[in-house]
Each structure stands twice: as structure tokens, then as C-alpha cells.
Design a protein around this ligand. Structure first.
Ligand SMILES: Cc1ncc(COP(=O)(O)O)c(C=O)c1O
Length: 438
């Protein structure tokens, strides 16, 4: 397997690549990956949150082995299968009353959000969708079309899309001011020629991930929920990245005290296997048969993995664990970062943590190059961590929900060392020549 990274470049297209350093993986267990050079690398990304229970978790392994040993077909398109039904029943039991209707199963956050975007317009007859600048809802045409992330510049948007700014408390210097600015923006949008009654749905991330791990100001989403209710707009919570225990509560929207109409799950739901879910009211979710389907949707092996993930979250009390270990990391990083001018802000909930890097704390100028260098240096030191943000300057920590305190300590030390090395100018920008990140 030696030189896997170079061999890959001679065989695999770069279209799906988002690379920050030359990582080539041949195996993994728990919170660690094993590189093709034999190195054990601590994984503080969990493959962007998808490997929610870490790697090779026995519950997931056993569930998929069982499902693959007596396989109930490959799909739920033309037959019911037990794992899909059990998963749907389980998901319905986990969401608030308002969204407890029917479940659609797909492969990814992208196909789920695309389906929601098409479905809400078709089912309500309203031609507009609200979403946030900086939001990433997926990489298919229909999900990119309702996303506001700058990395998707040039992509054709849904013709009825209205993007509003997500409140950025750190940039604004004051959470209340950030919240008020967005609410005023929303009011202004509808004071012109638009009517809120033309809007089918408001897509929200209860904590914005790829836009920079933005934690909304207290009370902000209550106002958004009120606005939606007043005008009959469906509130769609994209829980793909930060749902299912990641933020120290089961759902990220619980931090805001809101109740969505439609909830979208993905990534960590499958514990590393491709599966997504939409949960919402029956009249909308049963809009029409054959409205959105792909051959392998409702795959019993992936559904079994998802059931194992949900059972493990419950059995091992991973919501509580995520809250505890996350708070520990947040406190430690805040303490260590306080001595470094490069560290502007450390924020997050549970095991969804962002470290915003700035040129200096007074100007808060995004430190884009230093951020790319920091993740590269961390990788050299034995840690996988990537960055996000509309300005590409926020380290994003989404380690496995099973991360232990000692693993947390190891990761914290590496991040600290990487930031110190970058601050001291010890990491050469030449390293970045083949890594564009995003
Ligand atoms: C909030 C959110 N929604 C949807 C998606 C799309 O998920 P996927 O890439 O698994 O299709 C992502 C991916 O980063 C995401 O962060």
C-alpha cells in the first residue's frame, strides 16, 4: 500500500476531492486511523462527522454483518424491508410531535436536502425558499441550489431562493447586534415586492457548520420560528452535520428551543455508511409516490447500521458523553488559545467545536493561510482536523462521539503545538502548493 496517495492521483478523478494534506488511510479503529506508512493518526474529524461512533465500531460491524448475511434485498423501492421500517419507527420516536409523520430514506445529506427542496415547493405550491448565506446543504444540483456557501459560487441557484445572513456573533462583536441585523434584513426583504406567503420553507442549520461553526445568538431561532409560523412557512432543520448527539443534545435544534416541521439527518446517522433521512408531517411526506427515489434507497444494510448507531447513542449515553467531553475540550482550548494572538474565538456545543483564526484580535482579519498551515502541521504531528468557514479560517472539531478524555487531551496538545508552530512562522507555506482546501 506504500505511496497510496500518488497511486490515487493516477487513477481517481479529483472532482470529489477536498484535500488539506497528503492523507492515505488503510485502516482504523475507534478514534484512530492508520496511514499507509503505519502511523496511528488521531481523528478529530471523523470523516466530517460521518464516522459518528469512530472507526470499526463493534455495534455497526455486527449489525452490517448480520444484515449482509441474510440480506432483505437491496432497496425499499419495490418491497418493504424490516431494517428500513424499524429505522423509520425509531426516527419517528425521536423527533418532536410536529414533525412526527413519515420518514424518507436516502443516501446522503445532499439527496435528502434536494428532496426536501423539491417536495416543499411541490406540496405547498409556494415558489420561494429561504436559506442562509454560508449554508452548505449538499453537493447535488438541487441541494447546491438552496445553499449559500461561497465555495458553491457559480452554481445555478433555485430561482426562488432568498439568502439571508446567518448571525455571526464574533464578527459582529455582539450577539444581540448580530441577531438584530439578520432579523432586520429579513424584515427588509419582505417590505419590498416579496410576500412571506410565497415562501414554502426556511432551511436552517441550528448551528452553521461549513459556514464557520457559527453558534446562533440566544433567542435568534425562536424569532425565526415565530416568523415561519406567522406566515405558514415550513421550518426545515438540517441536522445532517450536527444532529444525533454531536452537540451534547440529541438534536442541535434543541439548543434553540424550537420545533421544526421537517428534520433532515445524514452523515453520522449511518456511522460511516451512506444513509440519510427526512422526517416530516404525513401530508407533505406522502406528497406523491415515485417523487424522489434511487435504486438503493432504503438499503437494509445501511438501515441496519443506522439502527445500531441510534441504539449505541442511547445505550452508551453518548449525548451526555458528547456534552461532557466537548465542554472539557472547549475549556482547555480556550485556556491554551488565550495566549495566542492567532486564536480569535473558540466556540461550539458538545463535540462540535470551532477555532476561528485571525491575523490579530483587534482587526479580526481572517487568517486563511495560517489556518491551512495549522491543519497541515497538525497532520504532521498526528492529528486529522480540517477547516471550514466562509473565510476558510475556522478549524472544525467533530471527533467520534466515543472520544475518551485522554484522546481529547492528546488532540488538544497537538492543536496547541500546531498553532504555536504556525504563530512562530515555523511552518512553510510551500507545503500548501498542492492543497487548495476550500
Ligand atoms: C449541514 C449539512 N447538510 C448537508 C450536507 C451534505 O451532506 P453529504 O455531503 O453527506 O451529502 C452537509 C455536508 O457537509 C452538511 O454539512
Amino acid at each position: 500500500m506504500i505511496d497510496l496517495y500518488r497511486r490515487e492521483s493516477n487513477s481517481i478523478s479529483n472532482m470529489a476531492q477536498l484535500r488539506f494534506f497528503p492523507q492515505a488511510i488503510v485502516g482504523g479503529k475507534g478514534s484512530y486511523l492508520r496511514g499507509d506508512d503505519g502511523r496511528q493518526i488521531l481523528d478529530f474529524s471523523a470523516s466530517w462527522g460521518a464516522a459518528s461512533l469512530g472507526h470499526a465500531h463493534p455495534s455497526v460491524r455486527d449489525a452490517i454483518t448480520r444484515a449482509a448475511s441474510d440480506q432483505a434485498g437491496a432497496s425499499y423501492l419495490s418491497s418493504a424491508n424490516e431494517p428500513s421500517v424499524l429505522l423509520a419507527e425509531k426516527l419517528l420516536s425521536l423527533v418532536p410531535e410536529r414533525s412526527r409523520g413519515r420518514v424518507w430514506l436516502g443516501h446522503s445529506g445532499s439527496d435528502a436536502n434536494e428532496t426536501v427542496a423539491r417536495m416543499v415547493v411541490a406540496a405547498t405550491g409556494r415558489r420561494r425558499i429561504l436559506a442562509f448565506k454560508g449554508a452548505y446543504h449538499g453537493g447535488t444540483s438541487g441541494s447546491m441550489a438552496v445553499s449559500g456557501h461561497p465555495a458553491l459560487k457559480g452554481v445555478e441557484k433555485f430561482s426562488g431562493l432568498i439568502l439571508v445572513p446567518y448571525p455571526d456573533s464574533y464578527a459582529a462583536g455582539d450577539p444581540a447586534a448580530a441577531s438584530a441585523a439578520t432579523l432586520l434584513h429579513l424584515e427588509n426583504v419582505f417590505s419590498r415586492d416579496l410576500r412571506p406567503e410565497e415562501v414554502a420553507a426556511f432551511f436552517i442549520e441550528p448551528i452553521q457548520g461549513d459556514g464557520g461553526l457559527l453558534v446562533p445568538p440566544v433567542g435568534f431561532f425562536i424569532e425565526i420560528e415565530r416568523f415561519c409560523r406567522r406566515h405558514g412557512i415550513l421550518l426545515v432543520c438540517d441536522e445532517v452535520k450536527f444532529g444525533l448527539a454531536r452537540t451534547g443534545l440529541l438534536h442541535a435544534f434543541e439548543h434553540s428551543g424550537i420545533e421544526p416541521d421537517i428534520v433532515v439527518f445524514g452523515k453520522g446517522l449511518g456511522g460511516g455508511l451512506p444513509i440519510s433521512a427526512i422526517v416530516g408531517p404525513e401530508p407533505i411526506m406522502n406528497y406523491s409516490p415515485t417523487f424522489s427515489y434511487q435504486t438503493l434507497h432504503g438499503n437494509p444494510i445501511c438501515a441496519s447500521a443506522a439502527l445500531a448507531v441510534l441504539d449505541t447513542i442511547e445505550r452508551d449515553e453518548l449525548v451526555r458523553h458528547s456534552a461532557e467531553v466537548g465542554a472539557y475540550i472547549l475549556t482547555s482550548l480556550t485556556k491554551r488559545g488565550s495566549g495566542l494572538e492567532l486564536v480569535g474565538d473558540v466556540r461550539g456545543k458538545g463535540l462540535a467545536i470551532g477555532i476561528e483564526l485571525v491575523g490579530d484580535r483587534a482587526s479580526r482579519t481572517p487568517a486563511k493561510i495560517q489556518t491551512a498551515l495549522a491543519v497541515y502541521r497538525a497532520f504532521q504531528l498526528g492529528l486529522v482536523v480540517y477547516y471550514v468557514g466562509s473565510n476558510s479560517n475556522v478549524l472544525e472539531l467533530t471527533p467520534p462521539l466515543t472520544l475518551s478524555k485522554s484522546e481529547a487531551d492528546e488532540g488538544i496538545s497537538i492543536i496547541d503545538q500546531a498553532l504555536q508552530d504556525v504563530s512562530a512562522g515555523k511552518v512553510s507555506t510551500d507545503l500548501l502548493s498542492s492543497f487548495t482546501g476550500w
